[in-house]
Design a protein around this ligand. Structure first.
Ligand SMILES: NC(=O)c1ccc[n+]([C@@H]2O[C@H](COP(=O)([O-])OP(=O)(O)OC[C@H]3O[C@@H](n4cnc5c(N)ncnc54)[C@H](OP(=O)(O)O)[C@@H]3O)[C@@H](O)[C@H]2O)c1
Length: 333
């Protein structure tokens, strides 16, 4: 019998999650059945979308139920197997949840090649955030060389890859991030042409200065006032890629809508929402390209790894909403 500590949803939060949101429980897992694997979780992905999964509303996935183990994508090692496709010692990724050990029937579980990159990178640039950046920018945004791309939450998991792919494809790239340190990272280490510190600068005015002909693609990770500032600076035919709106994920009431949306009409522009899972059958394409760019040094992968047990999940998750993470936020067990 294997004992596992895990984090369950105790109550639905209003605003930021806190200790009352979660129950940390220890339980024994049942014996392994036919066609099942037992995995030991090594790395847990922390994602802004997790906050949305706690709300009892209709979305692109069902909410996490009260009392259920919190949903998460993990990198894990197979420690016992009754499944023909998996051997003991395999490294895999799957939706095992915030838990030390899990039993799975292998559905949705992928093999992970640690010779290509370490575990946390498979949750970052080579994982869901990298896929989001790749398909959001190239398929939804339809980036062309020579265009001007602006991305918000630019020092985060998705944003940092968006900016670097755009640079690799010949765009001029402006990142928007919170704080001087993150802005320096963008321009000095990740190759962005310019960075705007939204905590300290007037974003609308700075975008006008830095992109005098207007923005071709705004990759929106945050919504709110920053989206409005981008709308005020569009170029004819601009595309807004609606990836996320983290500024509102903990809001109790809906924020006012974008006030400058008529700019879409004036500039014959479009704003398109997308969910990365729609590109699942093409992830292999993106992984091949991003792995190549990583090996060539065209893209640098950044992970923010917090060490600790599953009990640290709640406090670590909130780093995403205070801007406490730089790059992909991962909990290492
Ligand atoms: N559509 C999809 O399929 C899909 C898939 C994955 C992710 N997403 C979305 O992509 C976005 C980025 O996700 P990620 O995993 O890469 O997270 P991340 O950028 O690594 O972390 C979140 C960052 O958001 C910024 N932030 C937090 N509160 C903010 C606020 N009120 N205003 C402005 N910025 C704020 C913080 O950076 P600063 O310090 O710079 O503020 C924080 O570090 C999220 O909106 C997420 O929901 C969408």
């Amino acid at each position: 019998m294997t004992k596992t500590q895990q984090v369950r949803l105790a109550q639905r939060p209003t605003g930021l999650t806190d200790a009352d949101t979660w129950d940390v429980t220890t339980e024994e897992l049942p014996e392994l059945g036919d066609g099942q694997i037992l995995v030991k979780v090594a790395f847990i992905s922390l994602d802004p979308a997790m906050r949305g999964w706690l709300n009892d509303v209709r979305s692109y996935v069902p909410p996490v139920g009260l009392g259920e183990v919190m949903r998460s994508l993990d990198i894990a090692t197979v420690v016992e197997t009754n499944h023909p496709d998996f051997a003991v010692g395999d490294t895999v990724s799957g939706l095992f949840g915030v838990t030390e050990y899990a039993i799975s029937d292998g559905r949705g579980v992928q093999q992970v090649d640690l010779a290509v990159a370490p575990g946390p990178t498979w949750l970052g640039a080579l994982g869901m955030p990298g896929m989001t950046a790749y398909f959001g920018l190239l398929e939804v945004g339809k980036l062309k060389a020579g265009e001007t791309v602006v991305v918000s939450a630019a020092a985060g998991a998705v944003g940092s890859v968006v900016g670097q792919i755009a640079k690799a494809k010949g765009a001029t790239v402006i990142g928007i991030a919170g704080g001087a340190q993150k802005c320096r990272l963008l321009t000095e280490e990740l190759g962005f042409d310019a960075a705007i510190d939204y905590r300290d600068e007037d974003v609308l005015r700075r975008l006008r200065e830095l992109a005098p002909k207007g923005i071709d693609i705004y990759f929106d990770n945050v919504g709110g006032e920053i989206l409005d500032a981008a709308l005020a600076n569009l170029r004819r035919g601009a595309r807004i890629v609606l990836c996320g709106a983290i500024s509102a994920y903990n809001a109790d009431t809906l924020p006012p809508g974008p006030s400058r949306y008529m700019s879409l009409l004036v500039h014959r522009a479009s704003m398109t929402g997308f969910v990365v899972f729609d590109y699942a059958d093409r992830y292999g394409e993106a992984v091949a390209d991003i792995a190549k760019w990583l090996s060539e040094g065209k893209i640098k992968s950044r992970e923010h790894v917090v060490e600790g047990g599953v009990a640290r999940f709640g406090e670590t998750l909130n780093l995403l909403f205070s801007g406490g993470n730089t790059g992909k936020l991962v909990l290492a067990l």
